[in-house]
Design a protein around this ligand. Sequence first.
Ligand SMILES: [Zn+2]
Length: 98
Amino acid sequence: MYKENIENLKNDNTTLKELISRSNPENSKMNEMMSTHSVLANTINSMEKRCQTLETKLKDSQIYQTMFKSALNIQCNGCKQYIISAQFERHLMRCKSD
Ligand SMILES: [Zn+2]
């Protein structure tokens, strides 16, 4: 969806540039609009990249969540004890404070 919007904006941008060069190349208002348009297109592009990064992180997190819920016991890397997975988070807080 974002990619489609970005492509549309890029195409609009190209069309606007053509219109400006044909009509009046020194039209400052149009140049200003073009500049704003470019800034907005770049902003949308970086937001799209950020969304993709967050989606990847969310997928990774869901994998770990499934693994955690499927485990009966988890071995603590700090004290090497096997802890019931439901109590592991509480153990980590205590184990770190020791
Ligand atoms: Zn521990």
